[in-house]
Design a protein around this ligand. Structure first.
Ligand SMILES: Cc1cc2nc3c(=O)[nH]c(=O)nc-3n(C[C@H](O)[C@H](O)[C@H](O)COP(=O)(O)OP(=O)(O)OC[C@H]3O[C@@H](n4cnc5c(N)ncnc54)[C@H](O)[C@@H]3O)c2cc1C
Length: 380
């Protein structure tokens, strides 16, 4: 019976990165992922790296570390993660006050610049000038999120890591029970994104990690060119996260819809010409709740067409996934109290910028090095 130092559960960006960093420091690691082909939040993500957005000493420091890490990542992992810089355009709706929209970003490490409707449309000719009162713009990092997760997994396997396609049914003391058998380890770290809360609940562990049902449309490669990454300046998703986490216990009752769904119009084009258009966020406490895909797609397409008329009707496919988040927008990285050897590494709202530096720090931390950042993120 083989016993690993670590079992990492979940092969999205968080699990892939952490598995790699743990093997890199010489530990034996098994990565468990339930699907052969990812159907996760990483797969459907825009891939934006908001390394300008730090508002506290902690988040600013992590953003700086992320820039340094991403710059060498393709070379270190020996795979192209498609790192580049894009103009982010944060659209300000026609009925909003541009100065008020801009003030929200006053504390960011790099404050997005307010531009007029004319300047916004020069940066992004596909924008509908009637739909906006202006925009904010800032340089934004961008990667291909799925290629990055796969690059981490391949580098992990080359370094001697093992991976199994198995669904973890329960976290046990000293390992996990899966649909293909039990696996044993000194430590288990749960990186199952939107399913983290439910998985730990099955072991009687309560954690304050939540999730939205998120919906988007994927467009296969097209000739049309989107120059920028588009998101609204007033992201309703953050308000929805705050409103839905006031009473933690409500998340333990399957069948609740804690707040009304929201739609933040966003769009990005990848280097192969494919597009991701989004996004609806719903707070349904049952992770397996069904949503009406036809109505959702119609809502998405109508809303996208108002801001980016050329994109609303492009042929594409509606997708759904779960996106984890925490109460305070900081990740939940912690040892689970009273469950020795079980850790959680999840709950990132916008994780792509933070995961690489935090996974490196976590790996060092578990080998006994003090780390103020990790120790400061221990709320479970
Ligand atoms: C449309 C959209 C746009 C986004 N844009 C951005 C952005 O621009 N920037 C940014 O930083 N973030 C963005 N995000 C959020 C970000 O993509 C996700 O938060 C992130 O990818 C989550 O990674 P994860 O590893 O935590 O979860 P996931 O990618 O969901 O991975 C979790 C994995 O765990 C596996 N799993 C679950 N349960 C089990 C089990 N019991 N056993 C085994 N395996 C299991 C799942 O199959 C899955 O592969 C976006 C998300 C969406 C949907």
């Amino acid at each position: 019976m083989k016993t690993y130092d670590w079992i990492v559960v979940g092969g999205g960006i968080t699990g892939a990165t952490l598995a790699y960093e743990l093997i890199k420091i010489g530990l034996s690691v098994l990565l468990l992922e339930q699907h052969v082909t990812p159907e996760n939040a990483t797969r459907y993500s825009y891939g934006g790296l908001a390394y300008w957005s730090g508002t506290t000493p902690l988040t600013r420091q992590l953003c700086q570390e992320a820039i340094a890490r991403y710059q060498i990542l393709s070379q270190e992992l020996d795979a192209d993660i498609q790192l580049r810089e894009l103009d982010l355009l944060l659209t300000i709706s026609a009925d909003s006050n541009p100065e008020a929209a801009s003030a929200v970003y006053a504390n960011c490490a790099v404050r997005p610049q307010l531009v007029s409707v004319q300047e916004a449309c020069e940066l992004e000719p596909l924008l509908n000038r009637e739909a906006i009162a202006g925009a904010l713009t800032v340089k934004h990092g961008h990667i291909h999120p799925d290629k990055t997760a796969q690059a981490y997994i391949q580098a992990f396997l080359r370094a001697g890591g093992e991976m199994q396609i198995s669904q973890v049914l329960q976290v046990l003391k000293g390992g996990v029970q899966t649909n293909t058998g039990n696996y044993y380890s000194a430590n288990v770290v749960v990186c199952t994104g939107g399913l983290s809360r439910q998985l730990l609940k099955s072991a009687g562990i309560s954690i304050k990690v939540y999730f939205t049902h998120t919906e988007m449309i994927e467009i296969p490669p097209v000739n049309l060119r989107l120059h920028t990454l588009i998101m609204p300046a007033n992201l309703q998703r953050f308000q929805l996260e705050t409103a839905s986490t006031q009473v933690d216990e409500l998340w333990d009752e399957l069948g609740n819809e804690l707040v009304s769904p929201i739609l933040d119009v966003g769009a990005v084009q990848f280097l192969d010409g494919s597009l991701r258009l989004g996004q609806i966020s719903r707070v349904l406490t049952n992770p397996y709740a069904k949503v009406n895909s036809k109505e959702s797609e119609k809502w998405l397409r109508t809303s996208i067409a108002q801001v980016l008329p050329a994109l609303g009707n492009l042929p594409g496919t509606w997708h759904h996934c779960l996106v984890a988040f925490s109460k305070n927008r900081l990740p939940v990285i912690a040892a689970v109290p009273e469950f020795a050897g079980v850790y959680i590494f999840s709950g990132f709202s916008n994780p792509l910028v933070f995961v690489p530096p935090l996974a490196q720090r976590f790996a060092k931390f578990v080998t006994g090095k003090e780390d103020e950042v990790i120790m400061g993120l221990t709320e479970v």
